[in-house]
Design a protein around this ligand. Structure first.
Ligand code: C2E
Ligand code: MG
Ligand code: MG
Length: 731
């Protein structure tokens, strides 16, 4: 494509100059248009739009300077070269000031000068145009970019607005959240906690950040379990914990949390939410109370009673012991209610509930079925039905006495008695017996008590009734046995490996005026249950010491006399003082006195036991554990006790010959005792075989029918006098 021809306008009033220019320029392929004066020149310029103008200055009508100015106005980029005959410098300056690009002086001797000026001017224009185009392009670009940028800015600002909005929204949620949001490090340091923590703990979040969460976490095992859960599962949900608030109150909280392992330079954190559920817990507890407790007396209701009864029944079957249910109905309660009104009736029932629950063992339950019917559930009353019956009878009597004491209710003096029905469970020959059966049995027994004239205690099973009746009689008579001098001491000799009499055990005997001889195995439990054991036990202790003194006054010194101590006796806070005073009063050498304790009573409250035993040791009293092997037999506690003697229970000795297991137990007890530096006494030695066996195993002292039965005082004194030797080789 050939370039467009360049058009040059020459404005000059001298024709020959115009011609010479044209001829010369056309040779160089320029198109030349001509104007003979300024006016024509301007017209042509406007119409033809030449690329360059050659203009004279001095012309008629409109002179060159004027033309120059006008063309510049119209097209500032079109180059104008002034070709003038005036050599006046002022003209030249004025022409350039008005926009002339070059100034040539006429006549032009060498036209190549013109040619050169034209080329230069055109090149400059081209550059200016290019520059302008480039400028324009740049400007467009800038505008377009600016528009893009503005749009982007607008978008950004919109997004920013949205982010701000959502941030505000989250912040508002975060700040008004009922739950507490938290972030902690596994070491417990609090990194973040939302303001609602104040409602739960009374602390402000600023005070908490950076401190350790564990200081508000009172239970160590609680927190270890939580961390373990998080480690194993990575999260916990609805996990219950207890926190301590600023005032020290424990707040139950539920947490949902997650363990976020370390990432991108961030450490491992635990984050989650926490909610105070104390109120919910209270509400639940309240609902539970409504569901399981009687609103008037706050005692367990029938539903909870059945639960406990089932638990007790299962336990009794598993451990082969017996429990008891007492069904209590208040005699003539309806009269009080009808004549004095419900308010008084209600108050009376509340007082009855209080009396029933005072002095209750932890494992027992008192329940109100409704109206004036109460149930007392007693766990573990003995290993035999008859023992359970006698024990329960004692307990029922206690309750009967307590409920029969006068009441003062809203200004009224009232008197009321209970009818009590008793069922001992489980019933031996009924494996299918369930809680309803037991309740029915106790109910039946209660009606029997009513039929028998009220204010009575009746057992459901005749056999239990018989045991209870017998016990009642024993109890009645035992109250007077001491005063009536019916109790006597017997002494059973203890001998060493050479058959030498080394001591004796005091055994109590009751010679009843009508029933004759009553075994301590039958009356000691009654004495224990009723508390009569306290005066009786003290009497045995004192009488034994007096006896020791009596013998030594006669020159018949006995090495030691052992006295049985019952649990209730030993548990008295002033037991040590009693022993001390008896020793003082009787003036015996405390060395000669021994006390027999049982495993069960020493294991119970071991620290108190150790204190008491140490005090007894200081008095120089000899201490033994009776019936060893039938209780807990724990070496661990034995080591801690200041003991002198272990007495192997006669049940093991009895079976040495027939039962390899028992023989092994006896062997073990002997070697264990020696290991602990204790002497061993074997009880109930009846045969030469038993004696040989024990002798070979290193047992030092024997007691049993093989040598002698328990003897009354006179006979034992004779034995002491007789040289203190018992037959070793024959029965
Ligand atoms: P315990 O302290 O284990 O007394 C040993 C029992 O075994 C005595 O029965 C004794 O007579 C009996 N016995 C002794 N040698 C033989 C034998 O070779 N064969 C057989 N089968 N039995 C033998 P007892 O006198 O009937 O006393 C029974 C339990 O009554 C005593 O057992 C003791 O726990 C308690 N007891 C006796 N007197 C008292 C006392 O004064 N106070 C207290 N708290 N309990 C006493
Ligand atoms: Mg004993
Ligand atoms: Mg014994």
């Amino acid at each position: 494509m050939s370039e467009r021809q360049i058009r040059i306008l020459t404005i000059d009033d001298e024709e020959n100059i115009r011609d010479s220019f044209r001829l010369y320029l056309e040779d160089f392929d320029y198109q030349v248009i001509e104007a003979k004066n300024g006016r024509e020149g301007l017209e042509l310029f406007a119409r033809e739009k030449p690329d360059l103008v050659l203009c004279d200055l001095r012309m008629p009508e409109i002179d060159g300077l004027e033309v120059l100015s006008r063309i510049r106005e119209q097209s500032p980029d079109t180059p104008i070269i002034v070709v003038s005959g005036t050599g006046v410098i002022g003209d030249a300056i004025e022409a350039v000031r008005r926009g002339a690009w070059n100034y040539l002086l006429k006549p032009i001797q060498d036209l190549s000068t013109l040619q050169h000026a034209i080329d230069q001017a055109l090149e400059r224009t081209r550059l200016i145009r290019e520059n302008r185009a480039y400028q324009e392009h740049l400007e467009e670009e800038v505008i377009s970019r600016t528009e893009d940028l503005q749009k982007a800015m607008a978008d950004l600002s919109k997004t920013h607005q949205q982010i701000k909005l959502s941030e505000a929204r989250y912040r508002s949620i975060y700040e008004n959240l009922q739950d507490v949001y938290f972030e902690i490090l596994p070491g417990g340091e609090i990194r973040e906690v939302s303001p609602s923590i104040t409602q739960i703990s009374d602390y402000h979040c600023e005070d908490l950040i950076g401190t350790s969460i564990w200081q508000f976490y009172p239970r160590r095992d609680d927190r270890e379990r939580l961390l373990e859960e998080l480690q194993i599962h990575g999260f916990v949900s609805d996990y219950e914990i207890h926190l301590r608030d600023k005032g020290g109150r424990i707040v139950t909280c539920s947490i949902n949390a997650r363990l976020l392992p370390a990432e991108d330079g961030r450490p491992t954190i635990i984050c989650g939410t926490l909610r105070d559920i104390s109120e919910r817990k209270l509400a639940e507890a309240h609902i539970e109370r409504l569901a399981y407790y009687d609103a008037l007396t706050d005692l367990p209701n029938r539903r909870l009673l059945i639960d406990r009864l089932e638990r007790d029944l299962a336990r009794a079957r598993r451990h082969k012991h017996f429990g008891a249910m007492l069904f209590l109905d208040l005699d003539r309660f309806k009269n009080i209610n009808d004549s004095l009104g419900h308010q008084i009736g209600d108050e009376l029932l509340k007082e009855v509930a209080r009396r029933l629950t005072s002095d209750l063992r932890l494992e027992d339950t008192v329940s109100r079925l409704g109206g004036d019917e109460f149930i007392m559930l007693l766990a573990d009353m003995g290993d035999e039905p008859s023992t359970a019956a006698t024990q329960t009878q004692a307990k029922a009597e206690q309750i009967q006495t307590r409920l029969s004491k006068p009441y003062k209710v809203l200004g009224h003096d009232l008197h009321i008695t209970p009818s009590i029905g008793v069922a001992i469970f489980p019933t031996d020959d009924d494996p299918n017996e369930d809680s309803n059966d037991i309740l029915r049995h106790a109910d039946t027994a209660m009606y029997r008590a009513k039929d028998d004239g009220r204010d009575a205690i009746r057992f459901f099973l005749p056999s239990m009734q018989a045991a209870a009746d017998q016990r009642l009689e024993i109890e009645k008579d035992l109250r007077f046995a001491l005063q009536r001098n019916e109790l006597k001491l017997y002494f059973q000799p203890q001998v060493d490996q050479n058959g030498r009499l080394v001591g004796a055990e005091t055994l109590l005997r009751w010679i009843h005026p009508k029933k004759g001889f009553i075994s301590p195995a039958d009356f000691i439990p009654v004495a224990e249950a009723t508390g009569l054991i306290l005066p009786i036990g003290l009497w045995v202790l004192e009488a034994s010491c007096r006896q020791i003194r009596l013998w030594s006054d006669q020159g018949l010194s006995i090495q030691h006399l052992a006295v049985n101590v019952s649990p209730r006796q030993f548990r008295q806070p002033d037991f040590i003082r009693q022993v001390y005073h008896v020793i003082e009063r009787t003036g015996v050498d405390a060395n000669q006195l021994g006390l027999e304790l049982t495993e069960g009573m020493v294991i119970d409250n071991i620290n108190d036991t150790i204190d008491k035993m140490q005090a007894l040791k200081q008095l120089r009293v000899e201490l033994s554990i009776d019936d060893f092997g039938t209780g807990y037999s724990s070496l661990a506690y034995l080591k801690r006790l200041p003991l002198d003697i272990l007495k192997i229970d006669q049940s093991f000795v009895r079976d040495i010959e027939t039962d390899d297991g028992d023989a092994a137990i006896v062997e073990t007890i002997i070697s264990m005792a020696h290991h602990l530096d204790l002497k061993v006494i074997a009880e109930g030695v009846e045969t030469i075989f038993e004696l040989d066996f024990l002798n070979q195993r290193g047992c030092e002292i024997y007691q049993g029918y093989y040598f002698s039965r328990p003897l009354p005082e006179k006979e034992f004194t004779c034995l002491l006098k007789s040289g203190q030797q018992l037959p070793l080789g024959e029965s």
